[in-house]
Ligand binder design. Structure first.
Ligand SMILES: NC(=O)c1ccc[n+]([C@@H]2O[C@H](COP(=O)([O-])OP(=O)(O)OC[C@H]3O[C@@H](n4cnc5c(N)ncnc54)[C@H](OP(=O)(O)O)[C@@H]3O)[C@@H](O)[C@H]2O)c1
Length: 437
């Protein structure tokens, strides 16, 4: 049996997929026929050979072609990718996608349509590129109650932070290096603001906890505000800065999902993940901790995940079985108590203000006696106890005071910080970051 594949997109990942499929001796070579490839421009030079009659700009035709069995969507963006995926599903095609943006926002709609049409939508490449994490979350790790998933899921920001840590460079200098090496886009917003990581944690949380997650409600802070000074002070105290994407249970029916820069102890399992590498830590009961790490993006690793899905799909199709779809809105018994599971409603996300963490705060103040006392009093007024308050460097009569709190409620810490900003001796508070262990 030959399976006819329609590829939507022949860019970085699409080209990598064709390269794998065209490798001499690949086991799929005999069973897969790349029947059509949809692109925007027919004139663009391509790194792989596709017969010209199979290259088209008519993507609608690919997804409705009765001869096509599997549609692989590798074009990116929300529209027309979403509509094309839905149309492919509607026409009874199996779908593979690497598109985190579409799945994070429209996963519930797509998986509902796939369940009705009795087809599979596979998406391993959409999160953490070459690291197999979505299939394990749905299968091998499912016997445990998943309590938390923490990820370094954006290679661009991890490279920038590693560069700042290792070279002592500023954010702008590290971003320029990332751009020069092809790790960051000319417009790096989606990466450095944390939006890409938020898409990925929305997907990870939906799979780990069996409920769709409202992507637009995920609190998200990027890494632009981290300075070389903060990285240096953090290091002196034994911490490493990471952009963490976090999804964890916060009580019986609430989830704590967020993306923000975090100071991790340098001994933490995720602290040593450097450069463009990604890693995902899964904490479960009785599992304990599992950490998967590796290349989170790039042509080869991402294409490898896409073709892995294709192998899995074909293995099932050959036995007449359907690959189970992700548990979107169909919670595993272990995720939540039955009352929540049955409702399958969007879980409530706990607001940041209610969360607890330690905080790293850097204050710029006049170098005068009594300033440290005044700052300490503001924290005390809001029940924020301090582990350490230290005067660091002093420039032109301005002192840098760095504070590490004990574990406190975020709302209390933010109120204390607002009060400190009002002190006449205080010139500014350039850095407030959470410390997690
Ligand atoms: N790159 C990575 O490392 C990576 C990692 C993980 C996941 N992903 C995901 O994989 C997907 C593809 O990424 P990529 O880096 O391969 O993107 P890319 O290099 O920009 O390629 C996109 C491809 O889709 C085609 N395309 C886009 N919009 C189209 C439209 N409206 N009509 C027809 N063709 C259209 C483009 O055609 P032309 O070639 O004619 O312009 C191009 O071939 C995205 O969802 C991305 O998030 C990428």
């Amino acid at each position: 049996m030959v399976y006819r594949v329609g590829l939507l997109g022949l860019g970085t990942v699409g080209t990598g997929v064709v390269q794998i499929l065209q490798r001499p001796g690949h086991p799929l070579l005999q069973t897969v026929d790349i029947a059509a490839v949809g692109v925007r421009s027919l004139d663009k030079p391509r790194e792989v050979h596709i017969p010209p009659e199979r290259l088209t700009t008519d993507l609608e035709r690919i997804v409705s072609d009765p001869e096509i069995d599997v549609v692989i969507e590798l074009m990116g963006g929300i529209e027309p990718a979403r509509s094309l995926i839905l149309k492919a599903v509607d026409h009874g095609k199996q779908v593979i996608t690497a598109n985190k943006a579409v799945i994070a926002r429209h996963g519930a709609e797509i998986f509902q349509a796939a369940a009705q049409a009795k087809v599979s939508v596979l998406l391993e490449a959409a999160v953490a590129g070459g690291i197999p994490i979505l299939q394990p979350l749905q299968h091998s790790l499912r016997a445990s109650r998943i309590e938390a998933v923490w990820g370094i899921v954006n290679g661009t920001t991890n490279f920038i932070l590693s560069q700042m840590t290792q070279e002592g460079s500023s954010f702008e200098e590290a971003l320029a290096v990332a751009q020069a090496r092809g790790y960051a886009e000319a417009d790096p917003g989606a990466d450095v603001e944390g939006w890409d990581a938020a898409d990925k944690i929305a997907i990870l949380a939906s799979l780990a906890f069996g409920l769709p997650v409202a992507r637009d409600q995920i609190p998200c802070e990027g890494i632009r505000g981290i300075s070389a000074t903060d990285i240096r002070y953090a290091r002196e105290w034994g911490f490493t800065f990471k952009l963490l994407a976090i999804a964890q249970k916060a009580g019986p029916s609430r989830l704590d999902i967020r993306v923000h820069p975090t100071l991790l102890p340098s001994t933490h399992a995720l602290a040593g993940v450097s450069g463009v590498e990604n890693a995902v830590l899964v904490q479960g009961d009785p599992l304990g901790q599992v950490v998967l790490s590796g290349p989170g993006a790039g042509q080869g690793p991402t294409a490898s995940a896409v073709v892995g899905d294709l192998l899995s799909l074909i293995a099932h199709l050959q036995t007449g079985a359907q690959v189970p779809n992700p548990l979107w809105g169909f919670p595993p018994a272990s995720a939540f108590p039955p009352a929540d599971a049955e409702s399958a409603e969007l879980p409530a996300l706990i607001p940041l203000a209610e969360l607890e963490a330690e905080f790293y705060v850097r204050v710029l103040a006049q170098d005068r006696p009594g300033v440290i006392g005044a700052i300490g009093t503001c924290f005390g007024n809001h029940q924020v106890s301090l582990e350490s308050i230290t005067q660091k460097e002093c420039h032109r009569e301005q002192a840098e005071i760095v504070i590490l709190t004990h574990t406190v409620r975020e709302a209390d810490c933010q109120q204390a910080i607002a009060e400190i900003r009002q002190l006449p001796q205080v010139a500014g508070i350039p850095a407030v970051f959470r410390v997690l262990r």
